[in-house]
Design a protein around this ligand. Structure first.
Ligand SMILES: *Cc1c(COP(=O)(O)O)cnc(C)c1O
Length: 486
């Protein structure tokens, strides 16, 4: 593939076309006679003119510049870039799913409603919750929905002074953001030396104004909050609710359930744990599960079963209302349902066992070459620190860029924020031992390069289509429009 793939506009030759349509066999109409003047285009758009083969090669070449789970290893911590089984895609394309319309009568879409109902039930079972809504379209959307439920609950109890949501400093950035958008103030609770929530600090920040504690468990350091039951008691005694960020539930399937840990609300990312394809902006699905006392506030409609009939239940007077039109992102829900049914309870448990095993294997093999901020076993992911390499003038960013030269998507870097020069690695359960070993070998090679030949890392990547980007300018002053050079 050429490094200098021209823009399709630059390949354009007047009159060249990539289609052949039959001759028009209906009378042509002059739009200017039909439409008000202001809607009629006066100058033709400048579209590229290329042949079908040029078109095909152009987009095929561009598509090869992409990295995806289907093309290579993608250890992006917290994102669960596991393989998405292709049977999911087949099922999502069944005519009866792909060609139905959200305005069809309920009796015509009983199969789709049955699938959604069973998905609600399965997710409730997996998380230990009493009821689930499938409406939210992403993790952050689920967080916001869950917090609005907690807000509605407190307000219904006349408890309007609960304005604060407690969030650990290791939390995903969406947590404090969702709390703010839901109208709360977010309060930070510190992480202790073991990488867990500092219980003494939690006791200090909790109070009569606490609406909820938002927690990820295992947390984003990949560590299980072992004092979770005690934390639940502290929050519940203060009258608050516990929110579980289950975006990444890859460590707990069939092993532990947020509902049993004392959580009142949980959201899941079906586009992570449950093999919906993700990246590139979606669509996602972020269902929310709740315990009994929050059910009245769930978004409407819920999908319910009356005898043998499935229907949408709109009769929910205390509901916070709709959070998404129609049925949520139906196609992603079909994929998650397919995954759950093909794996079964035993398969789902194995998912988490392998995910945890793979992460620990990789962590222990990398331990001699990087700083390991927390020594205990990890769950589905782990963090290492590039502190040692930084002393030699090489930053974690440089090592991440160097990984591109070897065909890997780099891990998550500089997150969580409480670990210096952080790299957060999540191998997932779907990778073979060979892939894990190849990646580990490359990481070790990069660590050695930092000692022997730091420039090669500092100036990476060398073998990609585009070299080191100025990421600040790319984010702050993006050039989004093609300007023809005169
Ligand atoms: C991915 C993720 C989210 C956000 O999910 P989106 O679907 O991207 O909105 C929230 N929390 C954690 C822990 C995550 O990993």
């Amino acid at each position: 593939m050429s490094k200098n793939q021209p823009l399709i506009f630059e390949m354009s030759k007047p009159g060249r076309i990539s289609h052949s349509l039959p001759e028009c066999d209906v009378p042509e109409v002059d739009l200017a006679e039909l439409l008000p003047e202001e809607f009629v285009r006066t100058n033709e758009p400048e579209l590229p003119e290329v042949s079908e083969l040029q078109l095909m090669r152009h987009y095929t070449a561009l598509s090869k510049r992409n990295h995806g789970v289907d093309s290579g290893f993608y250890p992006l911590g917290s994102c669960t870039m596991k393989y998405n089984p292709k049977i999911n895609e087949n099922v999502a394309r069944y005519e009866g799913f792909a060609h139905i319309h959200p305005y069809q009568e309920e009796e015509q879409v009983q199969g789709a409603l049955e699938l959604l109902f069973e998905l609600q039930e399965s997710l409730a079972e997996i998380t230990g919750m009493d009821e689930v809504t499938l409406q939210p379209a992403a993790g952050a959307h689920g967080e916001w929905t869950g917090l609005m439920l907690i807000r509605a609950y407190h307000e219904a109890n006349g408890d309007t002074k609960r304005t604060k949501v407690i969030v650990p400093d290791s939390a995903h950035g969406t947590n404090p953001a969702s709390a703010t958008v839901a109208g709360f103030d977010s309060i930070t609770v510190r992480t202790d030396d073991n990488g867990l929530v500092d219980l003494e600090h939690l006791k200090e920040v909790v109070g009569e104004d606490t609406a909820a504690l938002m927690l990820t468990n295992p947390n984003t350091l990949g560590l299980f909050e072992e004092h979770i039951v005690e934390m639940a008691t502290i929050i519940h005694n203060a009258g608050g609710k516990l929110y579980y960020d289950g975006a990444n539930s890859n460590a707990i399937l069939g092993i532990a359930r947020p509902g049993d840990m004392g959580f009142d609300v949980v959201h899941l990312n079906l586009h992570k744990t449950f093999t919906g394809p993700h990246g590139g902006g979606g669509p996602g699905s972020g269902p929310v599960g709740v315990k009994k006392d929050l059910i009245p506030y769930l978004p409407k409609p819920l999908i319910v079963k009356d005898g043998e009939t499935y229907r949408l239940d709109y009769n929910r007077p205390e509901s916070i209302g709709r959070v998404k039109p129609y049925y949520g992102n139906f196609g992603i829900n079909v994929r998650a349902y397919t995954y759950i049914r093909t794996m079964g309870p035993v398969g789902l448990r194995l998912v988490s066992e392998y995910a945890v095993l793979n992460a620990n294997y990789m962590m222990r093999r990398l331990e001699p070459y990087f700083d390991l901020p927390y020594q205990q076993h990890c769950k589905h992911e782990f963090v290492i620190s590039g502190k040692r390499q930084k002393k030699l003038g090489v930053r974690t960013l440089d090592m991440a860029k160097r990984l591109l030269d070897f065909g890997y998507h780099p891990p998550t870097i500089y997150f969580p924020l409480n670990v210096e020069e952080c790299m957060m690695i999540e191998p997932t359960e779907t990778e073979s031992k060979e892939t894990l070993d190849e990646f580990i070998d490359v990481m070790i090679q990069i660590a050695k390069e930092v000692d022997d030949n730091p420039e090669i890392v500092q100036e990476a990547p060398h073998h990609t289509v585009i070299g080191r980007l100025d990421e600040t300018t790319a984010a702050r002053k993006p050039v989004l429009r093609y300007e023809k050079e005169m």
